[in-house]
Design a protein around this ligand. Structure first.
Ligand code: PEP
Ligand code: MN
Length: 338
């Protein structure tokens, strides 16, 4: 159930409503937006008499949520979620954020060269995987924490934020000092134990859509994180597996407006994994921004053809520069800034 409070509801009134909801046996999640406070009651609400809440002082209206996700649903934060990072970078809202970097962290030189260039081109986040979920156990598995330290230092030097994939619970704590945003990869979208643990983390989470996941399953996975009290979740469309083999995955651009309608969470477009092909990355990045993506995540590398992973879909830095020029024009056309 969702209880929307009146604009001028007092703290005492809000507390009284929370108390009554808890007495009814539901867990209360509170969000205070620019205009009003919203209280989401999660739990067995089927038999709760909603009219009892409608008459409490300060209450504007009460609705029963029929969708299986409660906290990720639009009604919890009708105005949309904006996640604020250090350096004034925001994800959600008017600004379209940019996350760029190699698939894998390979060396200090690679990360410093990439950081300098992506910062100059206009990215806010430096990406790079230190723990890599590879299809083959014989493929490069990533540099681990020493690699993350390299990325962090390069990002610090150039005033960038960092995003990197966490594959298991045991990695959360050692990664904390080096990442601003934890990435949960497509293969772990339904690793519910990991999601629950990230619900306790003190850092935002970028949750990628699973290779064969529906939008509803993606939203339910975000609910695992939010139910733990971490509301700073960013979703990511990175392509899904279909019968089409011309591209590595099928980039579901329509997921972007669908998610904006169903949820208040920001949604990122990842045209690199979405296509798997360098020549298709720019068109799909342009499409993602045109469709309303709140950020784009692009794999770039100073020597793209030689990248240790995902070389075929990795842009050269000059290509990324050219793409950003195009994206700024598109962002302006759809009422955003970049
Ligand atoms: C990645 O970002 O490099 C990655 C492995 O992504 P995904 O989980 O979407 O395959
Ligand atoms: Mn990759």
């Amino acid at each position: 159930m969702i209880v929307s409070m009146q604009e001028k509801a007092t703290e005492e009134q809000i507390y009284a409503v929370i108390e009554t909801m808890e007495e009814a046996g539901v867990n209360v999640h509170r969000t205070t937006g620019a205009i009003q406070t919203i209280l989401a009651g999660v739990g067995p609400t089927a038999n709760v008499d909603l009219s009892k809440f409608e008459v409490l002082p300060g209450v504007l209206n009460v609705i029963r949520i029929s969708s299986p996700y409660k906290l990720a649903g639009r009604a919890f934060r009708p105005e949309g979620t904006v996640i604020e990072f250090r350096n004034g970078v925001k994800v959600g809202g008017e600004q379209v954020a940019v996350m760029a970097g190699p698939c894998s962290i390979e060396s200090r030189e690679q990360m410093f060269a990439t950081a300098a260039r992506v910062k100059a081109i206009g990215a806010g986040f430096l990406r790079g995987g230190a723990f890599k979920p590879r299809s083959s156990p014989y493929a490069f598995q990533g540099m681990g924490i020493p690699g993350l330290q390299m990325m962090y230092e390069a990002a610090q030097e150039h005033g960038l934020l960092t995003v990197s994939e966490v594959m298991e619970i045991a990695q959360i704590e050692p990664m904390l000092p080096y990442v601003d945003l934890f990435q949960v990869g497509a293969r772990n979208m339904q690793n519910f134990n990991l999601l629950r643990e990230l619900g306790q983390a003190r850092k935002p989470v970028l949750l990628k859509r699973g290779i064969a996941a529906t939008i509803e399953e993606l939203l339910l996975s975000s609910e695992y994180i939010m139910a733990g009290g971490n509301y700073e979740v960013i979703l990511c469309e990175r392509g899904i597996r279909t019968y089409e083999t011309a591209t590595r995955n099928t980039m579901d651009i329509s997921a972007i407006p669908v998610i904006h309608k169903l949820s208040h969470l920001p949604i990122v477009g990842d045209p690199s994994h979405g296509t798997g092909r360098r020549d298709m990355v720019a068109p799909m990045a342009r499409a993602a921004v045109a469709a309303g993506a709140d950020a784009i995540l692009v794999e770039v590398h100073p020597n793209a053809d030689k990248a240790a992973s995902d070389a075929a879909q990795t842009l050269y830095l000059d290509q990324f520069d050219e793409l950003m020029g195009q994206l700024r024009v598109i962002a302006t056309a759809v009422g955003r800034t970049m």
